[in-house]
Ligand binder design. Structure first.
Ligand SMILES: Cc1cc2nc3c(=O)[nH]c(=O)nc-3n(C[C@H](O)[C@H](O)[C@H](O)COP(=O)(O)O)c2cc1C
Length: 204
């Protein structure tokens, strides 16, 4: 019997947009036949700061049941899909902190030869979504990963317009994740599962 491809989706999200994309990717990967772990990384901001902002507090409550990511979740996977909100054109400190816990696994060669892919959300359309996705890829390259970008491989990618990864822009918090972003997330998840399946079949 064919073994299911193992996919770990790891994300940080303050106000829920990246969390929505993470769920879409996880559900789609599962539908495509993968065994999926959906994981959030630990919050680093003080509790009073989170609780002082309604959208941040609401997302923290809504996602409290999602397990925290561990190094083993990454080592376990054939494909790892990581998401972060754009912070000054870059990866959020919370996800970066998690990346920094992967040093031992990297040293043991446990991060290499996997598929990696990224997603993000920004406040504005040109607010740095591409620089955030490319910054995530810096780490993927160091891991010896195989970066799977969605490119313009499907008509839905021409609507979302970002070949580097799924990227939503929330219009300053006013625009929830909608069909354009969800369709792009599905294209990305299906592509990751398909290529991870081909890679594991070829190397096992
Ligand atoms: C400290 C901080 C820095 C941010 N920097 C950017 C930025 O450089 N460009 C941008 O378009 N949006 C920026 N944003 C907005 C977030 O990227 C955006 O609201 C995103 O959708 C939040 O995702 P989340 O809801 O998953 O937390 C920033 C937000 C914060 C709090």
């Amino acid at each position: 019997m064919e073994t299911a491809v193992k996919v770990t989706v790891v994300y940080y999200s303050a106000t829920g947009h990246v969390a929505d994309i993470a769920r879409e990717i996880a559900v789609t990967a599962e539908k495509a036949g993968a065994e999926v772990r959906l994981r959030r990384v630990a919050e680093l901001a003080p509790r009073e700061v989170v609780e002082s902002q309604p959208a941040w507090a609401a997302n923290a409550a809504a996602t409290a049941d999602i397990p925290l990511a561990t190094v083993e979740d990454v080592v376990w996977a054939d494909a790892v899909v990581m998401g972060s909100p754009t912070r000054f054109g870059n990866v959020a400190a919370q996800l970066k902190q998690f990346l920094d816990t992967l040093g031992g696994a990297w040293q043991r060669g446990e991060l290499a030869d996997k598929i990696y892919s990224g997603f993000t959300s920004t406040g504005s359309a040109h607010g740095g979504n591409e620089s955030t996705l490319l910054a995530l890829m810096h780490s993927f390259h160091h891991f010896g990963g195989i970066v799977v970008a969605p490119g313009f491989t499907h008509p839905d990618k021409f609507a979302d317009g970002n070949p580097y990864g799924t990227a939503h822009h929330d219009g300053g918090g006013a625009v929830p994740v909608g069909d354009v972003t969800r369709n792009a997330a599905r294209v990305q998840a299906e592509r990751v599962v398909r290529l991870a399946g081909a890679l594991t079949a070829a190397t096992s």
